[in-house]
Write a protein that binds this ligand. Structure first.
Ligand code: SIN
Ligand code: FE2
Length: 217
């Protein structure tokens, strides 16, 4: 008698882990398409290179950022905002790769948010030691759309939860291919990323890339 193959498979793939009302961790959701997602990364970054933005308070961020899509998130001494032109080049941000937008739509739908149409994708690069302090994503016009965040490369500790900066966040290990979707009652949840531990990822080397898809307009 051979064992039934299906008995050995997880009952649902990918696994959906509830994090908070409206927030879901989709483990390994992007894993099967990691090569396709990464094959277009260098082309996007050749047009709009990664750069360390300055906060309104004058601190240089440890995470290096770029954007693609119709709108891009920027920070400088004047504040945080979305802009249609890359301030470095004066040209529109690179187009959002179709495979990226499609993944974001699918992830949102899997987490219960149908009809997500991202018009902005923030690209975050963490090198060892880089971190992102607790913040809300609230520069978007309309909070009815969720945020879809795709983790690639080295694992990170994602801090999530709380409706105030003082609330103690829960900690989630995000690995290559994991996707987090937060919206609805969690849309304005504080979140951040702990200092990236050093390591070597087979596809991305000593870094973590995070793609954050938003509906900004
Ligand atoms: C962000 O909040 O923009 C990034 C989150 C992450 O890198 O996982
Ligand atoms: Fe954020």
């Amino acid at each position: 008698m051979t064992a039934d193959l299906f008995d050995q498979l997880p009952s649902a793939f990918p696994a959906l882990e509830p994090m908070a009302p409206g927030a879901t961790l989709l483990r390994a959701f992007a894993l099967a398409e990691d090569g396709a997602l990464l094959s277009v990364l260098d082309g996007v970054l050749a047009q709009s290179p990664l750069r360390h933005l300055v906060t309104p308070g004058g601190q240089t961020m440890s995470v290096a950022m770029s954007n693609c899509g119709p709108l891009g998130w920027v920070s400088d001494r004047r504040g945080y905002r979305y802009v249609a032109l890359d301030p470095l080049s004066g040209l529109p941000w690179p187009a959002m790769p179709a495979a990226w937008a499609e993944l974001a739509r699918r992830a949102a739908a899997s987490a219960g948010f149908d009809g997500f149409e991202p018009d902005a994708c923030l690209i975050n690069q963490y090198q060892p030691g880089a971190r992102l302090s607790l913040h809300q994503d609230r520069d978007e016009q309309d909070f009815s759309a969720p945020i879809v965040s795709v983790s690639l490369g080295l694992p990170a500790v994602f801090l999530f939860g709380g409706d105030s900066r003082a609330a103690r966040p829960s900690r989630w290990r995000l690995a290559h291919g994991d996707v987090v979707v937060w919206g609805g009652p969690s849309r304005l949840a504080y979140h951040g990323v702990g200092p990236l531990a050093d390591g070597e990822h087979p596809l991305l080397g000593r870094r973590r890339i995070n793609l954050t898809f938003r509906r900004a307009s």
